[in-house]
Ligand binder design. Sequence first.
Ligand code: FAD
Ligand code: SIN
Length: 560
Amino acid sequence: MAIEVYTSDFLIIGSGIAGLSFAIKASQLGTVHIVTKKKDFDSNTNYAQGGIASVFDPHDSIELHIQDTLISGAGLCNEQAVRILAESGPKRVQELMDWGAHFSTQTNQNGSVTLDLGREGGHSHNRIVHAKDLTGQEVERALLDAIAKIKNITIFENHTAVDLLTQHQLKLAGRHTNNSVSDITCYGAYILDNTSGVVHIFNAAYTLLATGGIGQIYLHTTNPDIATGDGIAMAYRAGALIADMEFIQFHPTAFYQPGNKERSFLISEAVRGEGGILVNSRGERFMDTVHPLKELAPRDIVARTIDMELKRLGDHCVFLDISFKDKDFLISRFPTIYRYCMEAGIDMTKEPIPVVPAAHYLCGGIVSDLNGKTSIENCYVSGESACTGIHGANRLASNSLLEGIVFSHRAYCHIQETFNPELKATIPEFPQWDKKGTFDLEEWILIQHNVEDVKRIMWDYVGIMRSNLRLERAERRIALLEDEIQDYYKRSTVTSRLIELRNLVTTAKLVVESALLRKESRGLHYNINYPQQDEKLKGSFIISCNQPPMFMKISDISFL
Ligand code: FAD
Ligand code: SIN
């Protein structure tokens, strides 16, 4: 198959909530190409259970949503971004409904029908808009259905982005200033057609990175196999600024199943929101003495307490009990969770569910300003791969789907102001991808083992409880594995899996580097050598491939 040059106004990498919602809007301005490395619905979005946090209850308020988010973020949130998130929330959720998403409703005593708002950890009110326990699947369905009707959007399934097309030069105009302006411009990306093995050139006036999370760097994760940090690693290689990578959120309650599964099944926080309690193997409740919100304390606290409980008793799991609730209610409210547990031999209406924490969400990522703009010109980012500073050191439950729709909308609005349909005609000619190599099966198997090593190292040394010794050990081992994988990458023909492995190890390196820089404990980052929060460290470590780390507040960054 011949190498093609595809040109569009917008290249969107990723087909989760961030990419798809942006596509619908961008199509009003010009042509849109969406590339996605598996099927169109394969994404973290598709697995979201709990829902979308937004203020719809008249007794709730935007200010409370802001306060809850700030408290959860442990002093590191970008307050302006949080305000935008909470204020825009109801409008953007309404837009999802206008595009065809159906969320669960309730009929009130006066006969009126309103959204059924769930409760999750860290929220002071019921404000989780949901579609039973399949919210993400419903959102994906609605967005993909809407896109199918739009002529100037083309989705390329089974296409994996390899690297961004940029000059790969970074000259920041002044470090430690409020404005970090780079002179790198993005013109699209090299994209591998997974089926033919050909790497095409996708030129675009504007590129949106919407590649999602990095859960797959850990042995146990709720994330599906697409979550290998590709967008973050690509942006890092191109010279973009990356921040807050140390803040990995471990979801307290993944279903406990011995053996390594690619993805741990999530037991939504909404189960605790409906009254579920956590007990240890002795049947003792342990969250009630730890935090006033008990089982609904912020996630970092619940996950850490479970971790300590497991270590204290030498157990493999704790238990989430909601069996005291009405059976019909449980089956109707949590049909997916009920079915999964039944298939695994647990009847949640009669007995407690065995649960353990698992890597779930990355709070950091590619630094973006309030318009979704990265430090690379014409390159935007939205969703889990972005670092807007909204989540600070710990994301509030169900704020991430919301972040995706709110900041994709803002990126669209920002581009719309200066959109130039002629821009794509000025893209310089990029060389064809000519890297060919041999495929050595034996060596490939060794490299695959390397990935299992990365996942194990990250789980053992860069998990819920960290220490200097563990982090330094992880740093040395990840560096070695990175060298081996990079070397193999240089000598081999590119494949989707190889691209992922390379990105996985780069992302792991960024997490370890960031965790070593933060010499305190805050939010999701807990280091036993620095158990206290340090007020001097109320900021972010900003990493780039071109210069030493900088320490500054995300709110001080704007890419003009
Ligand atoms: P994703 O939805 O992950 O989409 C990323 C896309 O990028 C995918 O299509 C992927 O294939 C593609 N991609 C990646 N790399 C490449 C590449 N190199 N080339 C081409 N394509 C690429 N958040 C909430 O707010 N509420 C919830 O209830 C909730 N529940 C969750 C439950 C689970 C089990 C999980 C895993 C997460 C949950 N989250 C929840 C988090 C939330 O789902 C994600 O943060 C959010 O969906 C991320 O959206 P996104 O569009 O940024 O990325
Ligand atoms: C859940 O349903 O518990 C996940 C919610 C989230 O990650 O925001």
